[in-house]
Design a protein around this ligand. Structure first.
Ligand SMILES: [Ca+2]
Ligand SMILES: [Ca+2]
Ligand SMILES: [Ca+2]
Ligand SMILES: [Ca+2]
Length: 576
């Protein structure tokens, strides 16, 4: 494997097969839906109205041809916007508890969701989605490709901005063993109110397909993320994949440039999963690609508002969204899939046995499934408030997210009064609140500023569970957006270390815990002393605190035997 290829793992708790590439279809066979595309204007959209209060805004009713003065057109006691029957319903909407949980049966095993534990999207549809239901928003799905011929995806595919590994304007159909990208696509933008299947969170949003995971080369990633055809119009990039451990720096350079250049300088938003490695103390902080301020890192939460058993921790986690776990015990995620995929048969309870031929499944879970919920929710927010920059979106996520599982000891209240957790970030995403705030009383952030301070302690790390404490004095006073700590240590087995960072306000977050990741050093192309030369960790926990004062770094070696010294510590703070 050459240096230009990345060892990427899909963040899905299902193992993926390695099927051959499917047949390539020429884009001429596609009817592009991009003719209706209009560049996002800088004018805030005004709230919509919903005369019959059926959760379908008037403008959407006009668009789809339903009756804006009749909330229950088929007179069955179910409001049109909650309807699973009829030409304006989505057949499996009642299974999509993460959009609207009624507490009724939600999956093939008959497990119920909990009433009201959802993303609170109905008020968003009713109040803010009025003009076009996301029609202006293009979300890129960087994955295994998308089965674009799917009956519930086809109308929302943006072919022009899609890339099949060779060129733009083309999409390759994924093989039956590669349903991952098609599952992600259904969560984001399965066509809403069309009498078919499911409803995407952004029901008329546009999907730009990339099957980059079939290639995983940096050259193609640069095209897909940054330099590609009409790249300026792609608002959000959903990346439901990641690494167990990574030190690769180049993807971050692409993200940095995309954040300053695309979306007319307001930046494309990059959304990633935290990972599914909690059981081996895997951490989002072990992925260099997530230890930067451009990556929006997502943890996953089950139907009961508690983190999924697999969802990796990380101080760099910004936000959480729903996913599933075991089809037999928890409501999982209903979405689209590819035809004849192995998880999609009449004998498999993870799909609807009466409709498997039309390619829908319950069987989506992992932080892979939570990530597209965040991407699509941000899409709804950007439509309501198109002037938000990538930094404003991050800030709004921190300000508006909902604290869940509040007795969990991982929650810390920072000096600005915001709650952050290495399990949940700032909590469950709350798109309705984000839109309410950005439309009524949110001031865009001033220009970004940053500084760094390096110290050279050359201090041995105690090899006996006692804490090695180092301090960094900061004179600059910034309102914090993001903090990075780079540790250069010659410790012979850096994965023995637990590392904490304490701000001048007294906020203490765990950047790293002892883990077993480096036991896989050979396969991960690294070594047990991976902090030698410097490894950067990062945290979102200090948002809106003031940087000035004494920062403390606490290091605990949790396993006897290997030891080392801390050579340098570099604290870098971004803010305004
Ligand atoms: Ca209506
Ligand atoms: Ca109606
Ligand atoms: Ca009805
Ligand atoms: Ca549908």
């Amino acid at each position: 494997m050459t240096k230009n290829y990345l060892l990427v793992v899909l963040i899905n708790i299902l193992l993926m097969g390695c099927g051959s590439l499917a047949k390539e279809y020429d884009s001429n066979t596609l009817q592009t839906s991009s003719n209706t595309f209009q560049a996002t204007s800088d004018t805030r959209l005004t709230p919509s109205s919903d005369n019959d209060e059926d959760y379908i805004p008037n403008a959407i009713e006009e668009y789809i041809g339903s009756d804006m003065y009749n909330g229950d057109t088929n007179h069955n006691g179910i409001l049109d916007g909650l309807e699973t029957r009829g030409e304006f319903g989505d057949n499996y909407f009642s299974k999509q508890w993460y959009i609207y949980s009624s507490g009724s049966l939600t999956n093939g095993s008959g497990v119920s969701s909990l009433l009201g534990y959802n993303l609170n999207l109905l008020p968003v549809y009713q109040k803010y989605m009025g003009y076009n239901g996301g029609n202006n928003i293009v979300i890129q799905i960087v994955d295994t490709g998308v089965y674009y011929l799917h009956e519930d995806l086809y109308d929302n595919i943006d072919t022009e901005r899609s890339h099949n590994g060779l060129k733009f304007g083309r999409i390759t159909l994924p093989s039956t063993s590669q349903p991952h990208g098609t599952k992600v696509a259904g969560v984001i933008a399965a066509r809403g109110f069309n009498g078919k299947g499911v409803r995407g969170i952004i029901p008329f949003g546009k999907i730009a397909v990339s099957d980059w995971l079939m290639y995983s080369s940096l050259e193609i990633l640069e095209e897909v993320w940054l330099t590609g055809y009409k790249a300026n119009d792609i608002a959000i990039s959903n990346n439901s994949w990641g690494f167990e451990f990574s030190t690769q720096t180049i993807p971050e350079e692409y993200m940095q440039r995309a954040s300053s250049q695309l979306r007319e300088g307001k930046g494309r938003l990059f959304v990633f999963p935290a990972g599914n490695l909690r059981n081996i103390k895997g951490s989002a902080n072990l992925q260099y690609i997530l230890n930067n301020r451009f990556a929006i890192t997502v943890a996953s939460v089950n139907y009961n508002n508690k983190h999924s058993s697999y969802s990796s921790k990380g101080s760099n986690i910004l936000i959480a969204a729903y996913s599933g776990e075991d089809i037999g015990t928890t409501p999982t995620i209903a979405t689209t899939t590819v035809p004849q995929s192995s998880n999609n048969s009449s004998s498999n309870p993870t799909t609807w046995h009466d409709d498997y031929e039309r390619n829908y499944t319950f069987d989506f879970s992992g932080t892979s499934a939570a990530t597209p919920m965040v991407s699509a929710s941000i899409g709804l927010v950007l439509e309501a408030c198109p002037t938000l920059t990538w930094r404003d979106v991050r800030h709004l996520l921190a300000l508006t997210s909902k604290q869940i599982d509040s007795t969990n000891s991982s929650w810390i209240k920072n000096g600005a009064g915001l709650y952050h957790s290495i399990d949940y970030g700032f909590g469950l995403i709350n798109p309705a609140k984000m839109i309410e705030v950005c439309q009524t009383h949110y001031d865009l952030l001033p220009a970004e500023d940053s500084f760094q301070k390096t110290i050279y302690p050359n201090t041995p790390i105690a090899d006996n569970l006692s804490t090695t404490l180092l301090t960094i004095d900061v004179l600059r006073s910034l309102t914090i957006e993001w903090v990075e700590l780079t540790i250069d240590s010659d410790h012979r087995y850096a994965s023995d270390l637990a590392i904490y960072l304490v701000s001048p306000s007294g906020t203490k977050t765990q950047l790293l815990d002892q883990n077993t990741i480096s036991s896989k050093a050979s396969t991960l192309e690294t070594t047990a002393d991976w902090m030698n030369g410097g490894f950067r960790l990062s945290s979102a926990a200090f948002v809106d605190e003031i940087s000035k004062g004494e920062w403390q770094v606490e290091i605990v070696d949790k396993s006897m035997g290997d030891s080392g010294t801390v050579n340098t510590l570099k604290l870098k703070i971004y803010g305004h």
